[in-house]
Write a protein that binds this ligand. Structure first.
Ligand SMILES: [Zn+2]
Length: 134
């Protein structure tokens, strides 16, 4: 599903900035995210790795959690920019989808971009059966 929501381009711009700021000295797989909320705040998140590898945190969850910390409103768009994974656009991992479902709900738009090509899906298309609030 493609969207004409004009906020998507702002989110992709900020996600690309966040990608450049990612701290990924171990994988080199820089990822950035940006969340647009119902108050039109744009909240960035960058992948942050650690020498203790299990402590890494995805860019998407950094951005989603930051909407709570900054009282920025309900997430409506989650944009992600990174290089491709196995030739495919990189979509959020299961943990990030679950957090997005909790905070944004099934109607949230998820936008994946490699900097050239972009695809958009509703969260419910990516994660139809995740536990969620009614
Ligand atoms: Zn993730």
């Amino acid at each position: 599903m493609q969207t004409e929501d004009p906020r998507v381009s702002d989110a992709l711009h900020d996600a690309a900035e966040a990608k450049n700021d990612a701290y990924a000295p171990y994988s080199g797989f820089k990822m950035g995210a940006a969340v647009v909320t119902d108050s039109n705040a744009v909240v960035k998140g960058s992948l942050v790795e650690n020498i203790s590898l299990g402590l890494a945190m995805c860019a998407e969850r950094v951005a989603l959690f930051s909407t709570v910390a900054n009282n920025s409103g309900k997430p409506e768009i989650l944009a992600l920019v990174s290089r491709r994974t196995d030739g495919q656009l990189t979509w959020p991992c299961g943990a990030c989808l679950q957090v997005a479902m909790e905070l944004g709900g099934a109607e949230l738009l998820v936008v994946a971009s490699d900097g050239k090509n972009t695809e958009t899906r509703q969260l419910k298309e990516l994660a139809a059966h995740l536990p969620h609030k009614k």
